[in-house]
Design a protein around this ligand. Structure first.
Ligand SMILES: [Fe+2]
Length: 312
């Protein structure tokens, strides 16, 4: 049947495309704040991987201690690009921790498997291993009062294909919300709870114990980045349960729409790992998603998280 054979009554599009400005058209892709001073980098090469998020940093060896100058340049790159990639570093766990410590105290996470110390979380996904937590868009540990500022992840072993990680820029996600949505959420507060993300994987006893240590917390739906001042969407599908002061039905509908913002390809970067690669992300400004598409192949990742502040 050719196009001309289509009966004239057949609708060519769904009867109704939601007319809320979220689903099509041009995206506003601002990588940095409008008043940001762009300066060249002196100590490494920055290779952009997407429009607003993700840059590969070339020409430095993270196994060596950082000078103050290098630390400052990497910090600026992190603010500008939100996630930095370093190929072929093969850091020891100790060096990975030491690198992360340049950005503050390390965070321990009692809900996850440990690596060789409390501060290194090992994700070993192999046949019969722990089920995956990570193939849902989320920001890490927002069920805490002070969610991690950032994380340094290294892949020790990669599957023959697949196992990529994606990150989404939550400032771009906010910038592209239509006004009727920002008017609803600016100043709103949401509840975050570990239970929705973790309840599938653990028995009731352990969950009850953790619920005592981690009662639900609240965070602004839109937070301001403490270093850049940008407004960023700060709700995620793993941990955000409701917007306070709203009927549950309305809160659910609005949250579903907000969670979808992380799914927009223009706000994302996708990284194809090789063993020894490092990703360092700003957990305040991003969500991430680990693609679970490698069947029974083994994928071993080790993460160090940096303690964060209270979102405002
Ligand atoms: Fe995560």
């Amino acid at each position: 049947m050719s196009v001309t054979d289509v009966p004239p009554t057949t609708p060519l599009r769904p009867a109704r495309i939601p007319d809320d400005g979220l689903y099509e058209g041009r995206r506003l892709l601002r990588r940095t704040p409008d008043d940001w001073q762009e300066r060249p980098y002196e100590l490494f090469e920055v290779v952009p991987q997407a429009a607003t998020i993700g840059a590969e940093i070339r020409g430095i060896d993270l196994a060596r201690p950082l000078s103050a100058h290098l630390r400052a340049e990497l910090d600026r790159a992190l603010l500008e690009w939100k996630v930095l990639f370093f190929r072929g570093q093969h850091l020891t766990a100790e060096r990975q921790r030491a690198f992360a410590r340049n950005w503050g105290e390390l965070e321990t996470n009692p809900l996850l498997e440990r690596g060789d110390s409390d501060e290194v979380v090992r994700f070993d996904k192999s046949a019969g291993g722990t089920p995956s937590f990570e193939n849902v868009w989320h920001t890490d540990v927002t069920f805490r009062e002070r969610p991690a500022m950032g994380a340094v992840l290294q892949l020790r072993e990669v599957p023959p294909s697949g196992g990529d990680t994606l990150w989404a820029d939550m400032a771009a996600a906010y910038d592209n919300l239509p006004r009727w949505v920002t008017e609803r959420i600016d100043g709103a507060v949401a509840e975050h709870d570990f239970l929705p993300g973790f309840r599938r994987f653990y028995g009731p006893e352990r969950l009850a114990r953790w619920q005592e240590s981690f009662p639900p917390v609240t965070h602004p739906v839109v937070r301001r980045h403490p270093a850049t001042g940008r407004r960023m969407l700060f709700v995620n599908a793993s941990f955000t349960t409701r917007i306070l002061g709203m009927e549950q039905g309305e809160s659910d509908r609005l949250l579903r729409l907000l969670f979808q913002q992380a799914h927009v390809p223009e706000f994302q970067v996708r990284f194809r790992w090789q063993a020894g690669d490092i990703a360092f992300w700003d957990n305040r400004a991003t969500q991430h998603y680990a693609v679970a598409d490698y069947g029974d192949a083994r994928r071993v990742a080790e993460r160090v998280a940096i303690a964060g502040d209270r979102p405002h």
